[in-house]
Design a protein around this ligand. Structure first.
Ligand SMILES: [Zn+2]
Length: 76
């Protein structure tokens, strides 16, 4: 099992984001702003379309798909 939520579905990502907002006791307005500046950039594998994420910042990163093992670069 990989740590860091790699390979989660879009549903799971949305649930995690919602939970994250609840934990932080944010107001709806703050959540709206927060949603635009997610800590993670979500993207799909160019080959198998599995949803992945990486922490924002740090420029271009080489990603490795946990499902089809394709390596590709993303800008975070
Ligand atoms: Zn893949």
């Amino acid at each position: 099992m990989l740590a860091g939520g790699i390979g989660m579905t879009l549903d799971e990502a949305a649930k995690e984001f919602e939970l994250d907002c609840k934990i932080r006791h944010l107001s709806p307005k703050t959540i709206d702003n927060y949603g635009k500046q997610l800590r993670y950039k979500y993207f799909r594998c160019p080959k198998c379309r599995v949803l992945m994420r990486t922490a924002r910042g740090g420029g271009e990163k080489e990603m490795h798909c946990p499902q089809c093992h394709t390596s590709f670069k993303v800008k975070s």
